[in-house]
Design a protein around this ligand. Structure first.
Ligand code: PLP
Length: 396
């Protein structure tokens, strides 16, 4: 008889996002006259930049003619897009050759797939709370997970603990859900730790475009020594509104080797086997993001989300509630008042003011007592949600 993967039994069965959805839908069902205000949504709400739309129209027309038609693109991505990504890194003085860049169907795909090139015996370090996919994807393979506690004392930015031995280290900066961002000195400590111990860092930079402080690193490869210990996963989902388009890129430096084997070569082999390329039309749209016009328009959209974040932060400031994130990140991580647990506070906000948020505990036990507020919603809705939040919590 076929044996299903037994490690799936170790996964948390009740996915937090579904629970939020179920509770919200139950509320709507019971109170159809009430309006729901979204401050939970991690999806973008503004359209693609014009440059991407024009590039897609052009690419569609190309596909209509024998002379300009494109079939398969390389598993690692079309050279035109890999060149555009290399130029984007160059603006931050990071030199990459295009064979170090892999085009993906979004960061989620590579977070899920990259573990293929690592042995099952590797121990995995996850910062808790954090984006759940890092743990889940390793639990599915049966790897041991070690959790490093992020908390208010360490600014939700824990540093390496020499007593914890791990082989694969996940870092997300700017962080989802906490919005906290490692500075160069802190990231250097992780890089030095990984080089010293032989660990590999998987750096999730999906929110790098939200960093406005020029002193903060937008890529781990801005840190000396990172090319011998890090892989970076990026996404156009939040940078350019590509959540429904699906495109991102992963960087695996040629220098990165373990046990005398190049991880770049293993990944190349993996992609050649498992991916027949990202759609040509999408890659052209992605290329357009990296043009001056494309990037300028994307940054305008990010500016709208940042204004939303400012509105949320000002409300929390007025209320005197502790939070982090928001400035260099689309997420604000707030402490629940009166020592409420995350789900208790979620229910309170939904029932009293119909504001939907994301319970911090859904990102790990270390997130209990906190809430993730997102700036990706509609500006009018966020303003109204903030007014309601203030009115409800000012006396608490
Ligand atoms: N990494 C982080 C930290 C995210 O928050 C998300 C999506 O919200 C992803 C990766 C997945 O991004 P993508 O849409 O590129 O798959």
């Amino acid at each position: 008889m076929t044996k299903p993967n037994r490690y799936y039994d170790n996964l948390e069965q009740n996915l937090m996002f579904f629970k939020v959805l179920r509770k919200t839908n139950d509320f709507i069902h019971a109170n159809p006259e009430k309006h729901i205000y979204q401050m939970g949504i991690g999806d973008v709400t503004l359209p693609l930049c014009k440059a991407s739309i024009e590039a897609m129209h052009k690419a569609v027309d190309e596909q209509a003619n024998k002379e300009t038609f494109h079939g398969y693109t390389l598993g690692a991505g079309a050279p035109f897009l890999r060149n555009a990504v290399a130029s984007y890194y160059k603006k931050r003085n990071v030199e990459l050759s295009i064979d170090e860049i892999f085009i993906t169907n979004g960061a989620g795909e590579d977070i899920g797939a990259l573990v293929d090139i690592f042995d099952i015996d590797n121990k995995v370090l996850i910062i808790d709370p954090t984006y759940p996919q890092y743990a889940d994807t390793n639990i599915m393979d049966g790897r041991e997970i070690i959790r490093l506690c992020a908390n208010e004392e360490n600014g939700f930015l824990p540093l390496p603990d020499p007593n914890i031995k791990a082989d694969i280290i996940y870092i997300c900066s700017p962080n989802n859900p906490t919005g906290a961002v490692y500075n160069k000195q802190q990231l250097k400590q992780w890089v030095d730790h990984a080089n010293k111990t032989g660990a590999v860092i998987i750096m999730d930079s999906a929110y790098e475009a939200f960093i406005e402080d020029p002193s903060l690193p937008r890529s781990i490869f801005e840190i000396e020594g990172a090319k011998t210990c890090a892989i970076e996963i990026c996404s156009l989902s939040k940078t350019a509104g590509f959540t429904g388009m699906r495109c991102g890129y992963t960087v695996i430096p040629n220098e990165l080797a373990r046990d005398n084997r190049s991880l770049n070569r293993l990944w190349k082999r993996n992609r050649a086997t498992k991916l027949n390329g990202v759609p040509y039309i999408i890659q052209r749209a992605a290329e357009a993001v990296f043009t001056d016009d494309g990037m300028c328009e994307c940054m305008k959209n990010i500016g709208v989300y940042k204004n939303n974040a400012r509105c949320i932060m000002q409300t929390l400031d007025k209320l005197g509630i502790w939070y982090c994130g928001g400035v260099n990140s689309p997420y604000i991580w707030m402490k629940c008042p009166n020592n409420m647990g995350s789900w208790e506070f979620f229910d309170y906000l939904l029932n009293e003011i119909q504001v939907v948020t994301i319970p911090g505990v859904g990102f790990g036990n270390g997130g209990d007592g906190y809430m993730r507020l997102s700036s990706f919603g509609d500006t009018n809705e966020i303003e109204k949600a903030c007014e309601r939040l203030y009115a409800l919590l000012k006396g608490i």
